[in-house]
Design a protein around this ligand. Sequence first.
Ligand SMILES: Cc1ncc(C[n+]2csc(CCOP(=O)(O)OP(=O)(O)O)c2C)c(N)n1
Length: 368
Amino acid sequence: MADKKKETEEVTFTPTGTGIRTNGEIIRSTELPEPTDKKHDELGLSDDDVIDMYDQMYLQRRFEERAMQMYQKGKFGGFLHLYMGQEAISTGTAYALNDDDDIITAYRDHGWGLVRGVSPKEGMAELYGKETGCSNGKGGSMHFANIEEHFWGGYGIVGGHIPLGGGIAFANKYKQNGRVTACFLGDGAVPQGALHETMNMSQNWGLPCIYAVENNGYAMGTAVHRHSTGEIVDRADGFDMKKMVMNGMDVFTVYEKMKEIATDIRENSQPWFVEIRTYRYRGHSMSDPMKYRTKEELEEYEKLDPVERMKNYLLDEDIIDEDKVEEIKSSVEDTVMEAIEFAEESDYPEKEALYDHMFAEDDYPFHT
Ligand SMILES: Cc1ncc(C[n+]2csc(CCOP(=O)(O)OP(=O)(O)O)c2C)c(N)n1
């Protein structure tokens, strides 16, 4: 008779990386590296630049806070993945790259759209499914895009856009136009084969691409340490790719490091793999009760809020005063409220427009 299987005494697949230790210490889902100690002028940024960066970060935050309210009021439906907490990454990157460098990301894309020229009106209308939206109301939250400004959009299939990012980088190299592609993905996309296949060919062909993971601690409700083994950034080693980990709660850090990486890519035409550690304040989408993390953990990260951090920097350095902060906030609020009005007054797309922009060929066989 076969030996009875030995019972396991210890359950080894419980969540790690979240919770509170018995000594009261909070275990963060993601440990943040130190931010840069450089001031804005040492990074080559003017006072106007940093005011503008704050304005942009606050716009991203307020746009989503209002979008969330409108969703809760039932003004629109579908998915709504909020980027709140991660605004330093979109803002720092967009300011570090050239305007014609290409950016592509997954479905948590509102901040990326706004920083790459999707107007709040076009963004809000897209959430509402209206024809005036940036994707004519047919994409919604997951499909913000602005190809004129080299933002190739949000994609809903986890990892599905990564080969597209590699393809854009391939095209740029082929055309020798000096452009860098920044392909952003969530930590949940790291174990996807598409990333590894793309990294392999990118290193082989020396593609000018940054593969940047926004490690916000969770993939839906699964803590990063439960879905990925080892350090994410070390995935680069298997491909002999250059790598870096950075603090994504500080916009100056993202700006500084992304600029250095883009310069290196332009000089050497070699890809980079980057892990940007951050935190998402809201649930995965709107129906997520967030039971997988403690409120203490959330509060820890709220103390590091990137938008507040930027505001405090501007005040501490006497770049702006409290009155100016209020002026910026109220102007952003007006812009967002106008966007809501615009979205509500816009029309839904016509039925006949259903297949427009879906296929490259006008007479694609399924059109009938
Ligand atoms: C191929 C595929 N598998 C599963 C899903 C369902 N899904 C949607 S989002 C998500 C989690 C992704 O998390 P992460 O990449 O960390 O991004 P985040 O939501 O944290 O920004 C999953 C599993 C999907 N959209 N596509």
